[in-house]
Design a protein around this ligand. Structure first.
Ligand SMILES: *Cc1c(COP(=O)(O)O)cnc(C)c1O
Length: 459
């Protein structure tokens, strides 16, 4: 059989014009933004790889659904469609919509966590960990060591280290561990998957101690792609089937609809646990909105319901997406640019420690690299390193994460591979003159989630 290339499984029928800027303009705009790419105006960005969150292009079917928004305060048709879609795609019986993923994290953390509890997880996620801490809990990283090594080619770097989990249970006692939070396609590790085998073992261990398993199911569809590709016995199963199996090992999930579900806003908490559902309904009315809209318009719920079905209707969408991520990553590898391997699902991560070895970690190498990349070629990326890791609550010092990364995050269905070529060349050009780049000092630091609003100046 001839080997025909794979192309985008869609065609484009609406476009947004992009604006290019000069290097001099970008030097000014990044200084005005305090060398923080979160503080740039999108109008000053050429190719925006800040995040894949809420930046997807919706389909004609989703847009058609937007017109069918039943904007009723209570019990809208779109809510019914959403719960039916969640049950079909993820398998959970009960759903509480929220304005986005962190709304669900907040509610879940407030219900399940008591002061002094410990919440193990396969690496931290910024908002997830903060909500756990605000509820009185302490996050404990139980991911396998390979996840912290950008050069390890382990096929499932998102896996839980069962010995670390057992050790935590032995140390603090199972009654101090309300649940383990399992994230699919672990963002901070480079978009790295968890295996079904590992999930089954986590479930078994937690069952022995009465510990719940909660999924951060934001990128489960992408995780399912890697299981289909890499885990024995899954080659001929559909992404849809694998997604259902992943969720079947858990008691519930928090989801940001802004990723896999292909919408610009939305999230939800889903579970089979009737008690958890009842408690979530009590809190959602306080913080988000009535339990049948949770801060979303009817049209947003409709778009999310349609988006999650679309994400698993065929395997083509997620396969193309991950192929595009690899298309970018492989060009960088071919040019010997240090990136996290294996190439992950939603992003290519530059390894700032190896890219800028002359900049010490307390001069924010990844923050520096993200700012320099913007100046070089107008591409906006995101720091995932010491700035994102925040400070240690007890000592007040920075947390020093092993991974110091710049995330080139690819929005779904938005850019073509020609854009990826431009990004790759920009990174390659910057790498050639990396010795000229010097570090930053932080001049403004918010207390929580500092990476969003912190400001910097050149050292
Ligand atoms: C985006 C994200 C969240 C938070 O969701 P928001 O919709 O941004 O509030 C939580 N967990 C993971 C893994 C995410 O990627």
């Amino acid at each position: 059989m001839s080997k025909r290339p794979i192309a985008e499984p869609y065609k484009i029928k609406m476009i947004q014009v992009l604006r290019q800027t000069t290097k001099e303009e970008r030097q000014r705009t990044i200084a005005t933004a305090g060398y923080n790419t979160f503080l740039l105006h999108s109008a000053d960005v050429y190719i925006d790889l800040l995040t894949d969150s809420g930046t997807s292009a919706m389909s004609d079917d989703q847009w058609a659904g937007m017109m069918l928004g039943d904007e009723a305060y209570a019990g809208s048709v779109n809510f019914d469609n959403l719960i039916a879609a969640v049950t079909e795609v993820y398998g959970y019986r009960y759903t509480v919509p929220t304005h986005q993923g962190r709304g669900a994290e907040h509610i879940l953390s407030q219900i399940l966590i008591k002061d002094g509890d410990y919440i193990p997880g396969n690496m931290y996620f910024t908002t997830t960990k903060l909500h756990q801490e605000l509820a009185g809990g302490t996050f404990v990283d139980v991911i396998i060591d390979e996840a912290h090594d950008p050069q390890s080619t382990h096929p499932f770097k998102g896996n839980v280290d069962l010995a670390k989990l057992q050790q935590l249970i032995d140390e603090v006692g199972p009654e101090k561990i309300p649940y383990i939070c399992i994230e699919t396609n672990v963002n901070m590790a480079g978009g790295q998957p968890v295996s079904l085998d590992n999930l089954r073992k986590v479930r078994d261990l937690c069952n022995q101690y009465g510990i719940k398993v909660i999924l951060d199911s934001t990128r489960t569809v992408e995780n399912a792609f890697f299981i289909q590709e890499r885990e024995a016995g899954n080659k001929n199963r559909s992404i849809k089937e694998i997604v259902r199996e992943i969720c079947s090992y858990t008691d519930g999930a928090t989801v940001s609809g802004k990723k896999d579900c292909l919408v610009n806003i939305g999230g939800f908490l889903a579970t089979d646990d009737e008690w958890l559902f009842e408690e979530a309904k009590k809190l959602v009315v306080i913080y988000e909105g009535l339990h049948t809209y949770g801060g979303l318009a009817g049209r947003d719920m409709e778009a999310m319901a349609r988006g999650m079905r679309e994400a698993v209707a065929t395997d083509d969408g997620v396969t193309w997406r991950i192929n595009q991520t690899r298309y970018l990553g492989e060009q960088l590898l071919a040019a010997d640019i240090p990136i996290v391997v294996p190439i992950g699902g939603h992003a290519v991560y530059l390894d700032a420690k190896r890219f800028l070895p002359h900049i010490p970690q307390d001069q924010f190498p990844a923050q520096t690299l993200a700012a320099a990349l913007y100046v070089e070629c107008g591409v906006r990326a995101m720091e995932r390193g010491i700035v994102s890791a925040g400070r240690n609550k007890e000592t007040g010092d920075h947390n020093y994460p092993q991974l110091e990364l710049v995330r080139l995050t690819i929005p779904r269905r938005v850019y073509t591979n020609s854009h990826m070529d431009v990004v790759a060349q920009g990174v390659i050009d910057l790498y050639a003159r990396r010795a000229e780049i010097s570090g930053l000092k932080m001049v403004y630091e918010p207390e929580d989630l500092r990476f969003f609003q912190a400001r910097f100046e050149p050292c």
